[in-house]
Design a protein around this ligand. Structure first.
Ligand SMILES: *Cc1c(COP(=O)(O)O)cnc(C)c1O
Length: 406
């Protein structure tokens, strides 16, 4: 499925091969309803048949037609096809959220008595779903410390169905060695799933490493405007078809208007990624040199423990920079409260720069000891750059640090 040696237009009938062209045009008919330049929002829950012969043509002879909203929509179809082409996948299914994509995918792939392996440095709700909810259905889950490759291989059992990991991870931007994953999956005949939300198809193509299923929270970079929730699942046709079948029953579908906003967001995807990669690198370097900062976590920095793997399997390092501010929880709070441009908010990948304190937001409810065990310290801050001028973002951080130092 690798696209390295093929142009995108070889794969589908796309009017160009660059990612910017694909993100603007792919998946569309050249001329559409009323010759509109944009893809129309087909705001309907159901579709009419002209007569009974029309129904029979659809059901018995496979004529193209939409039947009912949960089974598909023309606006959604364009977004889905564009996403598949852009991500270098045979097929794609869209979901109402990233979590809907992840949970439906896992449920479609597992059977009772199966065992799955997930790395511990994963999205909190994904971990919760795998470790608590799946147990109810007799599915066993081993959570392996991220980076413990020997431990991961040792955890494989005869009934292991798949290995699930994120890369890069949140909030430390750890990078999973996908070459290792490919090798171990081949030797043990296992499926592999990667949540590639933080890397996006702009920076990484997990299919080049034989990954079976790639999921994204399109809420983040792919939609890119902090205005919708959406999820994406990509892979080989026969696997995606299994997931699509369950999706129709579980029903976490993306609606037509959201599909439109996703399409609209995707048009500037490549531009935004180029800017966000560059800005994050500048911000990371600024923070790394700042005396009030203990440590910066960004895979583009030589100081990141996985910089070499990141360099070999990614073409850019994304828009998230995590860092540890010198001081206490009070220092971190003072710094956040002094920011004027960056919004204090969870999420990432949108046009607005967002900053969050994982300990106060995502890991609220855990004791300090539990948080520290997960590496979520009082002084850890996660910055997700938007598309503002890098100089303005840096100036905001600088003035807030100056106030904090007083
Ligand atoms: C946000 C996120 C999710 C969940 O996606 P939603 O769209 O919020 O449901 C899953 N994985 C990662 C890595 C994320 O960042």
């Amino acid at each position: 499925m690798s696209n390295k040696n093929k142009t995108m237009s070889d794969i589908r009938n796309t009017p160009g091969k660059g990612i910017s062209t694909i993100s603007v045009h792919a998946g569309e008919e050249r001329f559409r309803y009323a010759d509109s330049i944009t893809t129309p929002i087909v705001q309907t829950s159901t579709y009419a048949f002209k007569d009974c012969a029309h129904i029979e043509g659809y059901t018995q002879r496979g004529h193209a037609h939409f039947e009912y909203g949960r089974y598909g929509n023309p606006t959604e179809k364009v977004a889905q096809d564009r996403m598949a082409i852009m991500c270098g996948a045979e097929d794609c299914v869209l979901f109402a959220s990233g979590m809907s994509a992840i949970t439906t995918t896992i449920l479609a792939l597992v059977r009772s008595q199966d065992h799955i392996i997930i790395t511990d440095d994963a999205y909190k709700k994904t971990l919760e779903f795998c470790s608590s909810y799946l147990q109810r259905f007799g599915i066993d889950c081993t959570i392996v410390p991220f980076g413990d490759y020997d431990g991961l291989e040792a955890a494989i059992r005869p009934n292991t169905r798949f290995i699930f990991s994120e890369s890069p991870t949140n909030p430390y931007l750890n990078i999973f060695d996908l070459e290792w994953l490919q090798d171990v999956a081949k030797r043990h005949n296992l499926m592999t799933l990667i949540d590639a939300t933080f890397s996006t198809p702009y920076n990484q193509c997990p299919f080049d490493y034989g990954v079976d299923i790639v999921v994204h929270s399109a809420t983040k970079y792919l939609a890119g405007h902090n205005d919708i929730l959406a999820g994406v699942v990509l892979g080989r046709s026969e696997l995606v078809e299994e997931i699509r079948a369950l999706h129709k029953a579980i029903g976490g579908v993306i609606d037509p208007h959201c599909s439109y906003l996703l399409l609209r967001g995707m048009k500037t995807f490549a531009l935004r990624m180029e800017r966000q990669n560059k800005t994050a690198m500048q911000v990371a370097r600024f923070l790394e040199e700042h005396e009030q900062i203990n440590r910066v976590y960004y895979p583009g920095l030589e100081s990141h423990p996985h910089h070499d793997i990141a360099k070999s399997q990614m073409s850019g390092f994304g828009g998230v920079v995590s860092f540890d501010i010198k001081g206490t929880l009070e220092t971190a709070k003072r710094f956040l409260d002094a920011l004027k441009l960056c919004y204090i908010a969870p999420s990432l990948g949108g046009v607005e720069t967002l900053i969050t304190h994982p300990g106060l937001v995502s890991y609220y409810g855990l004791t300090r000891e539990e948080r520290y065990e997960l590496g979520i310290t009082d002084t850890l801050i996660r910055l997700a750059v938007g598309i503002e001028e890098p100089e303005d973002i840096i100036a905001d951080l600088k003035q807030a640090l100056a106030i904090t130092a007083k």
